[in-house]
Design a protein around this ligand. Structure first.
Ligand SMILES: NC(=O)c1ccc[n+]([C@@H]2O[C@H](COP(=O)([O-])OP(=O)(O)OC[C@H]3O[C@@H](n4cnc5c(N)ncnc54)[C@H](OP(=O)(O)O)[C@@H]3O)[C@@H](O)[C@H]2O)c1
Length: 300
């Protein structure tokens, strides 16, 4: 049992591997919650004020692992995690590796097998909020992997603040949510950049445009909830807007942007999906129907 809940007992020692912006934010949150914290980073000298605030620095990954009970990895990718932990596979005892590095579901499952084959308790995780949220009520972190591993670290992880959700035994679930959520972010941000480029080309001042653009952005929560209901029910009524209408709208954007010499690759790809939906007879249906057309495109 890892946890120590008695206030007179020392709180669980935490090791943070990786001192990028998020690794530093994590170490800071654990320090704030009065855990003993040891940090390690491939490149020395990145601890900022963490050492002044009480963190210890380890000279090697082996020492860093030995110093903690909960070992948190927060590196650039899973390859970096594997490369970092390769020399530190022995003497984990009942320590738990909590990997908060972003990646792909298959990589998380592979990492879990890697840990399991070395007798290392493993929990995968995905941080859904930016660094300033870490340790505050607005932090949101997803975990996946064995329930026992989650229960063993749950109290310690509370130092991250906000909401923590365990998604179940499949170690790939946290990454699965993360990539699907990043899908929204990546495409939306590209859409915002494209819209500003188009607006600027038409002589619209960015701040005047933003006043209306935020209204469009504000439509997304309702769209997301409506899509979820329709996908769940398998019914895609076109009573509010139709795919046929979207085909017309996206054509106006493509033509105007092309006229200004602005790249329309992303919009043309979206137009391709809409065209396929119309060709398959879904023109009168709502936009949530596009999710099934995308699936078809992915099959041989
Ligand atoms: N920053 C955010 O707001 C945020 C939000 C959610 C999730 N995340 C996730 O958190 C993770 C860490 O993000 P971050 O923002 O802290 O910084 P990052 O730039 O993604 O990662 C930097 C860290 O990775 C280490 N690293 C890079 N290549 C390495 C290698 N081959 N071997 C060992 N270590 C290596 C760096 O060490 P060196 O200093 O030696 O280069 C540094 O510690 C990422 O997976 C990111 O997607 C970040």
């Amino acid at each position: 049992m890892i946890e120590t809940s008695d206030e007179n007992t020392r709180l669980t020692p935490v090791t943070v591997l990786g001192l990028g912006p998020m690794g530093r934010a994590l170490a800071s949150a654990f320090l704030e919650a009065r855990h003993p914290v040891t940090v390690w980073n491939r490149t020395p000298g990145r601890a900022g004020d963490l050492l002044d605030r009480g963190a210890a620095t380890a000279g090697s990954v082996q020492d860093a692992v030995a110093a903690g009970q909960v070992i948190i990895a927060c590196l650039i990718d899973y390859d970096a995690v594997r490369a970092t932990l390769e020399p530190a596979q022995a003497r984990w005892g009942n320590r738990c590796l909590v990997n908060l590095t972003s990646g792909e579901p298959a990589q998380a499952r592979q990492m879990s097998r890697w840990a399991s084959s070395r007798g290392i308790d493993y929990l995968d995780g995905a941080i859904l909020t930016p660094t300033p949220a870490m340790g505050t009520p607005s932090a949101a972190v997803l975990f996946s992997g064995g329930r026992d591993a989650y229960e063993a670290v749950r109290e310690t992880m509370a130092a991250m603040g906000g909401t923590a959700v365990h998604l179940g035994d499949d170690p790939g679930q946290a990454s699965a949510y993360e990539v699907a959520l990043l899908d929204i972010f990546a495409t939306s941000v590209n859409g915002v950049a494209h819209a500003f480029a188009l607006a600027s080309a038409e002589g619209i001042e960015p701040e005047r445009f933003a006043a209306f653009a935020t209204g469009i952005g504000g439509l997304l929560p309702e769209v997301i909830k409506r899509f979820a209901q329709q996908i769940q029910s398998g019914r895609y009524p076109g009573d509010r807007s139709t795919i046929a209408s979207a085909a017309s709208g996206i054509t106006h954007i493509i033509n105007t942007a092309s006229g200004h010499g602005i790249d329309v690759g992303m919009l043309s790809a979206a137009r391709g999906v809409i065209d396929r939906a119309v060709a398959e007879g879904y023109g009168p249906e709502g936009l949530a129907r596009l999710t099934t057309v995308l699936h078809t495109a992915g099959r041989p």
